[in-house]
Every structure is written in C-alpha cells, then in structure tokens.
Design a protein around this ligand. Structure first.
Ligand code: CO
Length: 208
C-alpha cells in the first residue's frame, strides 16, 4: 500500500468529527495561531506533545528531536525558539524529557549507531559533567536520573540563548520549564526548574 490510503481515511474521519463537535474550528484556526506554549520534546512516538497535556491544535508550538536537546549551533531548534518567542510571543517554553528515552540509553552505551552518535555526544557530555551524581547508582536509576539531568541541562541551554536573554531584557513575560514524562503511566512531573529571569538563570546555572 504505497499511498498510505488508510491515513487519508483516518484524516477525513478526524476532520469530520472535529467539525461536528465544533463547526467553526478550522475556519477559526486558519485565521491565526496564538499558542502560549512552546514545547521542546523528544521525537519518541510515545510522547506526543498536545495529547499529553490534552490541548487541541492551535495551543502548542512544537519542536521535537532525539532526546529533546537544545544545542547552541542547531539552527533548526534556535529558529523555532526565535519564532515562538519573538513572533508568537509564547509565555512558556517547556522542555519535556521522558523516562525510558532511547536517545539517552544509546548515549549511555559504548556502541556506535552512525550519524546520530555526534548528536548523542551532547548527552555523553552531561553524563561526564554529572559523574559524581551518577556514580554508584544501579543502571536503571542512573538511566532515570540522566533523563532528568538532561532536561535540567536543556532548560539552562534555552535560558542561555540570546533569544531568551533578549526577551527577558525587554521585560517579556517568559518562563522556561523542565518537565519529565513517565511513559509507563502517562504522568508528567515538574522538575522544579522554572526560570523566569536572567538573574535567576545565572544563579541556578552558575556552576556551568
Ligand atoms: Co526519547
């Protein structure tokens, strides 16, 4: 089935059911998007941004990559952040990681995966810089903690972007959050890393 006909059928059924419950849904959305949230999450198929927070189309601007990384030379991610902050004027940037992340797991191993190895290097760096926190832990605990530490690191990276720093300088109401999702029970947890100003970011991430 080369045309993926079943997906088009599902699409028609979905569009019809949305229209039935809210007749002006598409005409309203087609005029503009005004999301309050930018979601930076993992590409993992089990972690779909809108569904997890039960928000309809139009409410969340989304960027996803393997292991929800924010790397300072990744033009793709930075462009998303810039557009979200400067044009859409989102109020919240949510970095959402998840337990059981395949990207984190691969980074913990010594195997070679090809092209993605250079991407995973960023996680290996986090593992190295948190050696004291991770050493001696059972491997499953280590895996969970590295998933969390990665989120915290990426929140810092978002805060350190020129885009977010400039927004705060211009008194924008903008918070950066770090969350983690449990794929075993569908529950989100706030990692209590909410940052709302450059001063706070500097204080929290001073050791890095
Ligand atoms: Co993942």
């Amino acid at each position: 089935m080369r045309e993926l006909k079943h997906l088009f059928e599902r699409n028609l059924a979905w569009a019809a059911s949305v229209k039935e419950s809210e007749p002006d849904f598409f005409s309203r959305l087609s005029k503009q998007q005004a999301p309050e949230y930018l979601w930076i999450g993992c590409s993992d198929s089990r972690v779909p941004a809108n569904q997890i927070v039960d928000l309809p189309p139009g409410e969340v601007f989304v960027h996803r990559n393997v292991a929800n990384l924010v790397v300072d030379d990744d033009l793709n991610c930075l462009s998303v952040i810039q557009f979200a902050v400067e044009v859409l004027k989102v109020k919240h940037i949510i970095v959402c990681g998840h337990y059981g992340c395949g990207g984190i797991k691969a980074a913990m191993e010594d195997r070679q995966y090809g092209l993605i190895d250079s991407w995973l290097r960023h996680i290996k760096d986090i593992s190295r810089s948190n050696f004291d926190k991770l050493k001696g832990l059972r491997s499953d605990k280590k895996f969970d903690l590295l998933c969390e530490l990665n989120v915290i690191e990426q929140v810092g990276n978002v805060c350190n972007t020129k885009i977010v720093q400039t927004a705060w300088k211009n008194a924008a109401e903008l918070s950066v959050h770090g969350w983690i999702y449990n794929i075993e029970n569908g529950i989100l947890r706030d990692l209590n890393t909410c940052i709302t100003s450059s001063e706070q970011a500097k204080k929290v991430y001073k050791d890095e």
